[in-house]
Design a protein around this ligand. Structure first.
Ligand code: SF4
Length: 263
């Protein structure tokens, strides 16, 4: 029997897709982004929370998960919402994810993904999800390996696949100071998006650095790989990126704006 490993289910979420949603956080991620703010989701195995004195991570069967999510159907209709699968990297449990999604055809489903997934599985997932939240971190291959631990070739291939399949996609770009918000990375991102992504098919969301990301690590006996100093975004590079994309009629939502404190 297929089972999924889940570390949280968040009800009434308003930032994980259209309307009011339920977000399912799945365990396991093949990436090791230095700024990850969900360290409890990285390992496939349960992790011990030193505060609650409990293990985080529980197995669900497909039936259990689908029944739980279907119980919100009325609520989803009322608030134009649906289910978002996040993580960790949900596609690391592609079979469980696919089986759940295929059994909820009338519920709107978002896949929040790093895009690092076997192409055949990603193709199957593209057929059963209505909307993709797709991370774009670093365009340059070597930098991607340095900061996330994996190559971005598979990721960019899967982004291309979504575009070919005409899937609605929100490209989410975490603006990590001095890592992803550099002039060079953002200029490369302009070129990449312009070449790969039709403006009618995507939205671009610029996400601020989560300065509290490091706080969770000691709770799970882990060490935050980035320094705990306050980091400021590169205002000019982020604004330039936003301006260039808007000039080409792309829809950009810049959530970093309120975070500029260095003027
Ligand atoms: S892809 Fe997401 S969950 Fe995985 S390590 Fe990076 S930030 Fe964390």
């Amino acid at each position: 029997m297929i089972r999924g490993k889940i570390f949280d289910i968040k009800e009434f979420s308003i930032n994980d897709g259209p309307g009011v949603r339920v977000t399912v956080f799945m365990k396991g991620c093949p990436l090791r982004c230095l700024w990850c703010h969900n360290p409890e989701g990285i390992s496939k195995e349960p992790v011990f929370n030193n505060h609650t004195k409990q293990y985080v991570g529980k197995e669900w069967t497909v039936d259990e998960m689908v029944n739980r999510l279907r119980s919100y159907e009325q609520f989803f209709r009322e608030f134009d919402g649906g289910v978002t699968f996040s993580g960790g990297e949900p596609s690391a449990q592609a079979e469980f994810l696919y089986e759940c999604a295929v059994r909820m055809p009338y519920i709107h489903k978002v896949l929040d993904t790093s895009g690092y997934c076997d192409t055949n599985w990603f193709l199957k997932l593209s057929e059963v999800f209505e909307l993709f939240y797709f991370d774009l971190k670093l365009v340059e291959e070597e930098e991607h390996v340095n900061y996330t631990g994996v190559s971005n070739r598979k990721i960019l291939g899967n982004l291309e696949l979504l575009m070919e399949k005409k899937k609605r996609t929100v490209i989410r770009m975490p603006m990590i100071p001095d890592i992803t918000d550099t002039k060079s990375n953002l200029e490369q991102a302009v070129d990449l998006i312009r070449c790969l992504c039709p403006k009618e098919q995507i939205e671009i969301h610029l996400l601020p650095y989560n300065e509290f990301a490091g706080g969770k690590y000691p709770v799970y006996g882990m060490i935050y790989p980035l320094k705990e100093t306050y980091r400021r975004n590169n205002r000019k590079a982020v604004k330039d990126f936003e301006k260039k994309m808007r000039t080409m009629d792309y829809t950009v939502r810049n959530y970093v704006e309120g975070d500029y404190t260095n003027e």
